[in-house]
Design a protein around this ligand. Structure first.
Ligand code: GDP
Ligand code: GDP
Length: 495
């Protein structure tokens, strides 16, 4: 659901809206062969999907994650195939169960698929029971798939609908993932749910609930997608190898997906981390050696898959050059921030400056990089910069610490009550030119995380100036330790 648009945004451009998708998540659930994948594919069309899997688990299939586009609705959709394994066999509870539950818990609604022609099977009843137990907090819609095989005239469709109704989740929606029949009905059923969801999160009490610890925990436990980017030869592969010293899990390509989606997955500090597009850049890096182009992240598509982007620079080049960042690096850093990703800058090959420790060069590199980043990305202060030697394995822990730290800030949710206490303080702390200059904000709330996005509700005649918004952003970042990540504030007229 295009929430950014409906919130009358200040500062979010139309390109961004497409990706502003954390607003509502849907989960496709159901027994095998009812057509979950088919519906998932129709919803995301040819867009790319992310694939999560549970390591060493031979039972569950991967969970696919993509952006659904249905008319003017945008939402994130997950195909939680893991659920099948769980309801069909009680012996595979555990990892699979917790992953599926995590997905459900972080979703706003579930699409429960049944096969219209087969009629209800015992396993559909099990799935229904399972959903009632584990997804009671979210809205479930029953979808009768393969409806093109039935018809209205003989009454077979009506009979199937009557049967599906007995699952207890309200009126079913008949559609065909294969032919597209009934997608309008799905749109009509989802639209009010999504609108309702957006309205609900804008209401004080509920944001409180949404911003609870529990929610935050779920979000920060979802796998972190990390992209290591930079020009050829800066040391990305070397850094990656240093980080991956142990605990590497290589994941093969998924049938039906491009080889780009080969992923490297590893554990760091008890957390699952996926490297985005690793296969792609490992290959391209080899081809591109010496080329001036970026070997990765030329396309926005790849950038959008990352939560945190680690941009690697070469210390020796910086020492040699007057400017610390090349044009391409500036472009990538800016784009990462504009797209709302977390950014960590890694200055590699510090060992080459070793003999120069006392010289001006060493100091200049240490000072120049953070300064230049601040200059090229003035809107985000405090972007972390880590100085490392990938070759000597030095600094890899610091890199990962900054990556995880950035991710946690990126996932942060602040309860509305706390934000409004803060707002009152911040307003009284600041000395305004005169009383009239003080912006009148009725209340302030966080509408989403990843990255943290806030709405300031103002009265009908008020419009916050850019200066006001900058002041609020700066104070918010200082007071809640949100430095280094993009934070957005939009304004909206209070109802
Ligand atoms: P999943 O196991 O639930 O993900 O199911 P799939 O999406 O893999 O679909 C299972 C089978 O049903 C495949 O052979 C699909 O081609 C078929 N299928 C999916 N959707 C439809 C539909 O709307 N109509 C018909 N006739 N077949 C469908
Ligand atoms: P990529 O193209 O960004 O993946 O770069 P590579 O990891 O392939 O490294 C390019 C070259 O820089 C190789 O010869 C590496 O050995 C060297 N290199 C990488 N990291 C360091 C480092 O920390 N110090 C030094 N001195 N050389 C490094």
């Amino acid at each position: 659901f295009d929430s950014a648009g409906s919130l009358s945004s200040g500062g979010i451009n139309s390109e961004m809206e497409e990706f502003d998708i954390d607003t509502a998540d849907a989960d496709c659930a159901g027994r095998p062969n009812v057509g979950k994948s088919a519906l998932f594919n129709r919803l995301i069309r040819r867009r790319e999907a992310l694939v999560y899997n549970t390591p060493n688990d031979h039972v569950t299939r991967d969970i696919r994650d993509g952006v659904a586009k249905l008319g003017d609705l945008r939402f994130r959709v997950l195909d939680s195939a893991g659920l099948e394994a769980e309801v069909s066999s009680s012996s595979v509870l555990g990892r699979t169960a917790s992953m599926t539950k995590t997905v459900l818990a972080s979703s706003q609604f579930a699409l429960f698929l049944v096969d219209a022609r087969d009629g209800l099977q015992p396993m559909d009843l099990d799935v229904g029971k399972w959903l009632r137990k584990h997804a009671s907090g979210i809205k479930t819609l029953v979808v009768m798939n393969k409806a093109e095989l039935l018809d209205d005239i003989s009454g077979s469709l009506a009979a199937a609908a009557g049967e599906a109704y007995t699952l207890g989740f309200g009126d079913p929606i008949a559609l065909s993932a294969e032919t597209g029949l009934g997608m309008t009905e799905l749109y009509e059923a989802l639209r009010p749910l999504l609108e309702d969801y957006v309205l609900r999160i804008l209401k004080d009490e509920d944001i409180h609930q949404i911003g609870s610890r529990e929610d935050e925990d779920i979000e920060s436990k979802l796998p972190l997608q990390l992209a290591i980017v930079g020009r050829p030869n800066v040391g990305k592969s070397t850094l990656l190898n240093a980080i991956l010293q142990e605990n590497r899990v290589l994941v093969g390509p998924e049938a039906g997906l491009t080889r780009d989606s080969i992923r490297v997955q590893f554990q760091y500090d008890g957390r699952n981390i996926f490297l985005v597009d690793t296969a792609g850049w490992l290959e391209r890096t080899k081809q591109d050696k010496g080329a001036s182009s970026l070997s990765i992240m030329q396309s926005r598509k790849h950038l959008m898959r990352a939560h945190v982007v680690a941009l690697v620079l070469d210390a020796e080049e910086i020492a040699r050059d007057r400017r610390s960042m090349k044009h391409a690096e500036v472009v990538i850093a800016r784009r990462a921030v504009e797209e709302g990703r977390g950014l960590v800058v890694v200055v590699n090959k510090m060992d080459l400056l070793k003999g120069k420790q006392n010289s001006k060069i060493y100091e200049r590199v240490i000072e120049a990089v953070p300064e230049e980043i601040q200059t090229v990305i003035p809107q985000v202060s405090g972007i972390p910069v880590v100085f490392v030697s990938a070759l000597e394995g030095k600094g890899r822990i610091a890199v990962m610490r900054e990556v995880v730290d950035t991710y946690e800030k990126w996932c942060l949710r602040l309860p509305t009550a706390r934000l409004n206490r803060w707002l009152r303080k911040v307003m009284s702390r600041h000395s305004w030119k005169d009383q009239a200059a003080q912006p009148k904000i009725k209340y302030f709330t966080q509408v989403k995380a990843r990255p943290p996005t806030f709405v300031a509700f103002v009265s009908a005649k008020t419009r916050l100036s850019d200066t006001d918004l900058r002041f609020l952003t700066k104070s918010l970042k200082e007071d809640f330790n949100l430095g280094g990540i993009p934070v957005r504030i939009m304004q909206r007229t209070a109802p």
